[in-house]
Ligand binder design. Structure first.
Ligand code: 5PN
Ligand code: ZN
Ligand code: ZN
Length: 248
């Protein structure tokens, strides 16, 4: 298996959005990226970053910085693939910073939680900014909704971590001969979020969110897994980025 991290650039949020109800703070710049897994059963992409044009139009206050090679087609090319090579696209959830490149993947089955698809099409008023990029919802999209914890291919386990969104999934990769890797997406933005069990301000159910943070911690302990944070710049700087990859 080869695991590539595909960069989508960075965004800015106020500290008080990253750490809900912890008081005011400074602006924080954080990374956005996707995970590509070349697996014997197919080419799997988990999330697709943000669309620069969408963010500039709808959320310019997040100050997007994205290089021209930080789009999904360019990042796939960097890793040696084309968008049509992707057989399965999994969306951890449907926030704009996780679906921005979905429309490029015309051949892929799109796997996501049943409740997330429903919510993405009919969200609460307070979730509208999060679900503001609807480009994933095009006519050619071949959605395959799932529920519960699911092993979608050998060693690739999606497990439910709701709270941030109603149908949020995290990913445990269990290679045969190396340490498991745990991608928690937006269940906890940073190591501090995990340690102190702090949700981001963007959530549908903060109590479920705390339970999911505890679940992620327990999974990491149980499997002795390496944790990958979606939105933490310090952690991100230690990760291997495409065209480099983790061979597991
Ligand atoms: C990065 C970011 N900015 C705004 C929102 C939002 O309103 O819901 C989720 C989210 C984000 O991940
Ligand atoms: Zn999110
Ligand atoms: Zn996010």
């Amino acid at each position: 298996m080869k695991i590539y991290l595909l960069s989508s650039g960075t965004l800015v949020l106020d500290h008080s959005h990253i750490y809900w109800n912890m008081g005011p703070g400074q602006e924080v710049r954080f990374p956005v990226y996707s995970v590509l897994i070349d697996h014997p059963e197919g080419l799997f992409l988990f999330d697709t970053g943000y669309d620069l044009e969408h963010v500039n139009r709808v959320l310019p206050f997040e100050k997007p910085e994205q290089e021209s090679n930080e789009t999904i087609p360019e990042q796939l090319k960097l890793a040696g693939y084309s968008p049509d090579d992707v057989t399965v696209l999994v969306n951890s959830h449907l926030h704009f910073d996780h679906v921005g490149g979905n429309r490029h993947l015309r051949k892929a089955r799109v796997v996501l939680h049943r409740r997330e698809l429903n919510q993405g099409q009919n969200c609460e008023p307070f979730e509208r900014l999060g679900y503001s990029d609807q480009q994933w919802n095009h006519d050619a999209a071949n959605f395959e909704t799932i529920e519960g914890d699911q092993e979608i291919a050998r060693g690739l386990q999606l497990f439910e971590t709701p709270g941030h969104t109603i149908g949020h999934y995290s990913l445990l990769v269990s290679p045969e001969n190396s340490k498991p890797m745990l991608f928690i997406f937006d269940a906890a933005y940073t190591p501090l979020s995990l340690e102190k069990e702090i949700n981001s301000s963007f959530h549908i159910d903060p109590v479920a969110g705390v339970r999911s943070i505890r679940r992620v911690k327990e999974m990491a302990r149980e499997h002795d897994a390496d944790l990958f944070f979606s939105h933490d710049l310090d952690s991100f700087k230690t990760y291997r980025l495409a065209p480099n990859y983790y061979e597991v």
